[in-house]
Structure formats: structure tokens, C-alpha cells
Design a protein around this ligand. Sequence first.
Ligand code: ADP
Length: 882
Amino acid sequence: MSFRLKTIIGIALIELVLLAILVFSGLNWLRGSNEQQIELDGELLSSTFAIATRDAIISTDLANLNAFTQDAIANKNIVYINVKNDEGRLLAGASSLPDDKHTPNYDQRPSESEDDIYDIRTDVVIDEWKVGEIEFGLNVSSFNALLYNAQKYAVAIAALEIVLVALFSLAFGSLLTKQLLKLQIGAKRISEKGPGDTVPVKGNDEVAQVTRAFNDMSIALAHSYTEISHEKNRYKVLADQNMMLAEIVEQSHEAILVTNKEGKIQRVNHAFSKIFGYKEDGILNKRIMPFLFRQSMDTSPAHRISDAIETASITMVKAQCLNHENVAFWTEITVFPIKNYSGTVERLAFIVRDVTDNHEFETKLKEAVTRAESATKAKSEFLANMSHEIRTPMNGIIGMSDMLQETPLNREQQGFTDIINSSARDLLYLLNDILDFSKLEAQKLSLQEEYFCLRKVVEETMTMISIDATKKEIMLAIDIDPALKTEAYGDGSRLRQILNNLLVNAVKFTEHGYIKLIVTGSEDLAKNRVDYTFCIEDSGIGIPESKINDITTAFQQVDGTTSRRYEGTGLGLAITQRLLTLFNGALHIESKENHGSQFWFTIRLPLLGENRSTKFALDGKNIAIINADPLHRAIFNRYFAHWCANIQYLNNPESVSKGQTRYDVAIVLLSNNVSLPPSLTCPVIGVTPHIEDRTRHTDDAGITLISKPIRMHVLLREVLHALNQKPLPMLEPSSDSYRPKFPDKIKKMSIVVVDDISYNREVIRVYLSELEPNIQFLSNAQQAFEQYKHHPFDILLTDVSMPDRDGYELTQQLRRYEHEHQIPPASIVGLSAHAGRQDFNRAIEAGMDSYLTKPIVREDLTEALIKACRARQALLANNAQS
Ligand code: ADP
């Protein structure tokens, strides 16, 4: 039987019983209370009738009695009445009953009468003496009808209630079973598909709560179920991995051992038995060390392994092990701790690799490397010495040809000396290239760091190539971002070398058109650095695509034939590429045959303080630019915008005076078609393509001329000058137009020059001809020392490489002598063909004050002497004071 049916029947039964009790007791009470009332009424009537008829009965006054009975019967409640004497004889009677069928029953209660008549009989008594009796029947039909109706209604209500209760319990049961059914379906689904399924739930009654609890349980079960399946999967993966690792260990060609923390063997693989020759059974639970090294455990590798066991640390050693037959072989042993889940070391793993073959190979390789290194060193030394040896006569050749050029010569002789001079210089450049390349190859070249002006480096390098470029009528343009910070710190001379190599190539491989050097920068303020990008663009012959990647390889040229048109060694780009590597940069090439080339690179330098800006330098000025080519227009636009000037491009100088605009300055780019006008309404600056006009000068008409390539700072300086404005400090002339002059005081100083080679002494004699009366030329160190002992001189210029005693020793000897005799130290300048930083350091360590490299540059020599003179003067002045 279903729960619902049980509920319905149960509730209906309970209701039935309760209703039965209620109806029964209610009806009982109704009947009892009404019956009691009827009986009381009956008794009252009886006694009233007895009193009323007593006298008439005694006197047998029948008339009175009849009247009385007639009156009584008139009362509708009394259906019959009989008055009898004491003997039971009827004296008077009346009845409203239609017939005499009624049989009185005086023992019945009102509710027991079947014909709705309650029979009452009462004695008429006088002084306890019965004189008669009265019988009458009371009509109780209304009472019975009441009872009947009450019964009827009670049953009907009870029935209705039972029906309602049944319906309610049916609905309630359905509701209850509906939720339970859902739960049942949910449970069934879970059993079929696994947990996670939920039953829809509404409301908040107990069933809903049970359903929710059921749902929660299902979800919780689902989580546990997922975790268990993950766990199961993990376990499976772990088991697989375990098997795989075990297989790897077993199949490995390297001996693998696992020991406990004390270094007692717990497991070994097959390779161990194979390499060392021990059987697995015999070694388990024994200490590992004797099996690796046998008796020879007092070696450094063995100690390191013992330490690794003791400290449970990772170690890798190369060690000579002994197998069970005491045969030695080379191994590489790796020891590492194995930790358990909680991170504590429980075991140690040993991987032993037999590297005997490698060891032998390595030994041979090392020997080969050592041999190669010493060969490279010998080559480098040879090249360095060679370069020194070649530089010295070269110095002589250049110096002597310089000297020759300063003597009176006829045209032919002048031509010869020019060729000697330029060939010697070419040879020197080549030599420098070879030396640089061999140093870069041997990684012996490092970058120096110094403050330098990037603008100056760029402009000077461009100016250097301008002689050849002008001969070929190639237009040169320098395009430096006007806002760029150009004060830099790094190896300015190597940057100059890189730019020079690329620019020389650009001139060499361009027949007409232009060469442009573009410099841009990107500052990283947070990291305090600037990435400078240099791009050399030419409109030359270009490079075939297939060759672009090769040309940076040493000695590679696009045209490698002996009949080639362009000269060169193929070293320039190789050196450039390698130098850029030192700068952490790289050379990028973009080129198209017959369409020109672009070579560009980026170097990163530290960001120095604020550049003194030229922004607003020409604020609001009107500038006319005449005959500007498109190449320069782009640069002018950028620069004049930066300087905040208004510019107007005109085709000829005459247009300056014609228009409405009043120009403050006119800049004329001179060419075959455009020449300087005789006069203009404003100051004029002429830009000439001829190199001889390089330094600033004014011609007879008072017109300022500057030369190409246009250095924008020089142009600005001249514009400001033309405008009669104060010159900006950063626009002062660069050192190319600056040649130091000897101060008068130096002419009073005694100078000694020591060099074992006579033509070197001759070169210096020419360069220092101004000071000749004070200079003594000596050919060896001993002479110099003797001279010093007798007449201590002020300044010594000494070659460092001399036979017997070199310049370093001479310096040390002099310094010792000065110290012993308390003589104020002379200023010593070393002269050497060695240009390396270590040579310079060696000179300073020996006690020299400065150092010049050969071939000696006149300006450098003059400057070094001026410095030496100043230092000497200061020293003497100090000594005089104390
Ligand atoms: P070199 O110029 O002495 O031959 P480089 O290493 O400087 O040696 O250059 C290698 C080759 O690259 C050159 O021979 C030339 O073929 C090619 N090359 C270099 N620069 C340019 C350029 N600007 N335009 C065309 N070809 C170039």
C-alpha cells in the first residue's frame, strides 16, 4: 500500500473515530437534556392535574372532571388524558388520537416511544391516601424530530468533514509523495549516472529542506567523486611514471645508485654492475665509497663525494674510479639528494658516467687549443711587432716627406713627395686595419670610455670624406636630430672608425648623387640611457641581394676579381661588424643593386645631463634659403623649426629683395648656376661645395662663407653672427680649426729628445723647429741619463723601444735618481708606435707623465709639450715657495 493511501486511510480513520465520538456524545447530550426537560414538564403537569382533579375525584364530580379533561386535551401537547378512581375505573377521559391503537407504556422514556407519545401516570393522593389516578400522553414528536434532525445534520457534517479531510490528506499526501518521488528519481539518477545531479526545490518546508540537504549531499558527493577520480588518475600517472623512471634507470648506460642518508647502497641499476663488475646482491646495504674508489679514497674527488654525502648536497665531480679488478677509468659522478614529500632528505642518488673516451679526447683537445692559442698569440704578437716595426719606418717616411714638402721643391718633386706621403699614409691605414682585425679576432680589443661629442665625431668624419666626395660631385648631408643630446660617454674613437669605414665605402661605391648620414636617438629616462641610431645612406651602385650577407665576412667583396674596378681589402666591414659587436650592436644592410645602400646600426650609451639646447635660437626670424636641394630642405625644415625661425625657399638671390617679406638673413647654396649676389638687403651666408672654404672667412664683399657638408651648428653660429646676436657657448668652433701655439715660457725650458732612429729625431726636429735652440737630440738612454746627472733638464721626450735600455727603464732610472738627490721630477713624455691601452698604462706605471703614439701628429706633440711645460712650471713655483 502506498504512503499516500496509508496517509489518507489513517487520517480518515482517526477522523471517523473522533467524529463518531463527537456525534454520539453530542446527540446523547441533546437527547438527555431534552428528555430531562420533558420529564420535568410531565411531572409538573402530573402534580398540577392531581391537585386540580383531587376534589372532583373524591366527590366523583364527573362533570367537572369531563370539563377538566376537555380543557387539558385542548392543550396540543397532551394527546390523551384519563382520570380514574382509586379502583382504576375511568371517571373521565379525553383523547385527540384518531383511534385507540395507542398502548401506553409508562416505563418508557420520552425518547423510547415509537409513536411520539410519552406516557405519564400519576396517583392523586390526599394525605398519603390514593384517591385516584390520572394518565395522560405528552406529544414528543417535536422532540423526536429534533433528535432525528440533529442526528441527520451531525452525520451529514461528519460525512462532509470526512470527505474534506480525505481530500486534504489526499492533496497533502500527493504533495508529500510528489517531493519524495522527485527525491526518489534524483537518487535513482545518482545511482545510474553518479552524484552531482540535483532535484528542483521550492519553498522552505521540511520536505524542501530535506530536498536541499539531498542536493547538498549530491554535490558534496560529486566533489568527492571528482577528487577520488583525480586521485585515481594521479595515482595511475604516478604509477606509469614510476614504471617509466624505473625502466629509464634500468636501461640507462650510466650507472645509477641510490643510497640512504649514510651512503649505504639501497638500489643499483644494471649499468652499475656492468661498469664496476659487482653483483647487486653483494653490495646492497654496504657503503658506496669503497665500491667507487676501492682503496684510493684519499683523493680530492673522493673527498668531495664524501662531503656531498655528509652534507646531502648536489655535487658533480670528475673522478678516476676503480672497478672490482682494480682497473682505473675516468668517470663523471653526479650526486644529488632525494627529498621526500615533507622536504627532508631521505636518500642520495649517484649517477656515474664513464667518460674515459671523452677524457682522452678532451686532453687532446686541450693540447690542441693550447697549441692554437699559442699560435694565435704568436700571430698577434707577430702582427703587433710587425706593425711596430713597420710603423717606425713609416713614421720616418711620412715625417720625412712632410719635411720635404716644407722645403723648396719643383713641381715634379712636389708630385713625387705627395705620392710618397699619400702612399705611406694608405699603407699605414692598411696596417692599422690589419692590426685592428687581428686584435678583434684574438678578442684583444676592448672599448675605452671617455666623454666625447657625438655631433663633432659625426661632422668631422663627414668632413674627412668630403674631399673625395666633392671630387666626385657627390652631395653630402648630415642629418642629426636637432633635439638629440650629443654629449656622450663611450668609445668615441671607435665610433669614429666605424662611421669612417662606412662613409669611405659610401664615397668609394657612389659615382653621383648623394650620401646622407642620419643620426636619431631614443631616450630611456628610467634606465638612463640613449639608443643612438646611425644610418649611412648612399645613391651608389648598391649590393646584389645574394651578396649582402657575405660582405661583412673578412676579405669578401661583391666584385672579388683581380680586374675589379674598386680597390680595397675587404676588411672594412668585417672590422666594423666586429667593433659593433663590442658596442653590443650589429650592422644592418639594406641595398638594391644600382639603387643605393643603407648601412645602419644602433649603439646604446649612457644618458648624460641636459644638452644645452638650441631651441628658440632664432625665434621669429625670417630666413631666406636660396637654391636649396630637396635633400637639404628636409634638414633645414626640421632645424629651423627647432630654432623657431620662419623660412622661405627662393630660387635665386634676386628674389630676396623683390617680395613683401623683409628677411633677416639669406642663406645661398652656391653652385654653378647660383653665385653670390653683389649686394642684398640683408646679411648673406654662402654655402660653398668647395672644401678649401671650409673654415669661416668673409670675402671682400663681407659675405660669410661656410662649406659643405653643412654643419647645422656652424650655420646657426654664422646666422647669429650675421644677426649681431651673442654667440651661443655650444656653437664655438670645433678643434679642427684650432692649433695650439707654444707659450713663450716653454722657450726658456730645456728639452731632451731621445730616439735611437735618426729620422724619428728629424721629424720631431721639424715639428719643434720653433723651440730648436732649447732642444737636445740624443740617440740612447745612457746619454740621456748622463746629461741629466750633469744638467737636469725640464722635459724629456723619449722613445720607449730602444736597444740596450728602453724608455721605461730610462724613466725609472731618472725617477730613482731624482728621488735620491731630491731633484724636482722632470716632465717625461713617452713616444711609441704601440697604440694599446696596456702600453699607455705601462708608461704611466714606469713614471712617465704622458704618452704619444707614432706617427706623431704635430698638434698632439705641441699639446703634450704645452702640458708638460705647465706642469713643470707649477712644480718649480711650488718648490720655490716652500
Ligand atoms: P673594401 O671596401 O675594402 O672592399 P669592405 O669590407 O669595406 O671592404 O666592403 C666589402 C665589400 O662590400 C666591398 O668590396 C663592396 O663590394 C661592398 N660594399 C661596401 N659598402 C658598399 C656600398 N656603400 N655600396 C656598395 N657596395 C658596398
